[in-house]
Ligand binder design. Structure first.
Ligand code: SF4
Length: 326
């Protein structure tokens, strides 16, 4: 399909299997469906909440390795770092001139983040949706893969693009959401979703098989199953949820065994360690191989930025002309 896709990820931590089963597999599939996919490591966005910027470069390297190992193809897709194409900052400023402040203040994630970090309600947090809009429309992307929770952000991006077009003439396509139902992967800590905010809740793509084993063997299971003889409730257990993805062929049997105490949690976990490690082994080997070629990874990002910049410069030129700046 001859449409341009854009998506970005913040380099705030290494990617975990929740990211892999959701966003990253989806990115790989979109490469088959669309002629041009742009995948951006949005490092400037990371600055709004990242406390320790000393880790930023390592995080960028890790995210690139995770993506490439999982199957993002730099020959086909444009893979680059947001700040390597500084035109996005210029467009952010210019779009800021047509974005009413009231639109930004009503964004639910702004309110949540302001509540979470009252000591640091910076402009970057308020302007986040404008920078996000600049990310998308700078490349005149028409399709943006999003989960349901991201829809309000994309709607705002569409409104900003529409307002610019109304004032200065047709310039940007209004990006359309490609709604993707990401599987919700429960965290190993037994408290909600697998999330990079809670380190022990995740299994990272880059973990070794031993680290994976340790995380799984220490995971919280059904809190009501105190003894081996107690029947379990697989629907509340993160181990069972992961078996659905990694031990698919035995999942019905495991469910029955759990409910009748036919299997203990230790054996159930050991089985998951084997199936999950076996599934991720090729990807992890590829990742390790790429990690040994830092020049190659740097080159991928440099080529991606070069290709992105060609599109970005054309857009900025057009925008400046329309706004009377050139
Ligand atoms: Fe979870 Fe498996 Fe234990 Fe059942 S047997 S509670 S699915 S770890």
């Amino acid at each position: 399909m001859n449409k341009r896709v854009f998506s970005g990820a913040r380099p705030t931590a290494r990617q975990h299997i929740g990211n892999l089963l959701g966003a990253i597999h989806n990115y790989v599939d979109l490469q088959k469906e669309f002629d041009e996919c742009i995948y951006c490591i949005v490092d400037v966005h990371a600055l709004t909440t990242l406390q320790d910027t000393g880790k930023l470069q390592a995080n960028i390297q890790d995210l690139t390795l995770d993506w490439l190992a999982a199957g993002l193809d730099p020959e086909k897709s444009i893979i680059f770092v947001q700040s390597h194409v500084p035109e996005v900052m210029e467009l952010h400023t210019l779009l800021g001139m047509v974005t009413p402040l009231s639109w930004l203040l009503r964004v639910p994630t702004f309110k949540e983040k302001a509540k979470l970090h009252p000591e640091n309600v910076n402009y970057g947090l308020v302007g986040y949706p404008v920078l996000m809009t600049a990310d998308i429309v700078l490349y005149k992307a028409e399709v943006v893969p999003v989960g349901e929770d991201q829809l309000p952000h994309l709607e705002l991006a569409r409104e900003i693009a529409r307002r610019f077009n109304n004032i200065f003439g047709e310039t940007f396509p209004e990006p359309v959401a490609r709604l993707t139902s990401f599987p919700s992967i429960p965290g190993l800590d037994g408290k909600g979703k697998m999330s990079k905010e809670v380190e022990t809740s995740v299994i990272e793509i880059a973990h070794t098989e031993e680290e994976t084993k340790s995380r799984i063997m220490n995971a919280v299971t059904d809190p009501e199953r105190k003894y081996r003889k107690d029947p379990g409730h697989p629907e509340v257990c993160s181990i069972y949820a992961l078996h659905k993805f990694f031990t698919e062929s035995q999942v019905a049997e495991l469910e029955g065994q759990c409910r009748t105490a036919g299997i203990g949690c230790v054996d159930c976990k050991k089985l998951l360690v084997e199936s999950l490690n076996a599934d991720l082994r090729p990807l992890r080997l590829k990742r390790a191989e790429l990690a040994g070629k830092p020049d190659y990874v740097r080159q991928v990002l440099a080529n991606g930025a070069d290709r992105a910049r060609v599109i970005a410069r054309q857009t900025i030129k057009e925008v400046k002309q329309k706004m009377g700046l050139a």
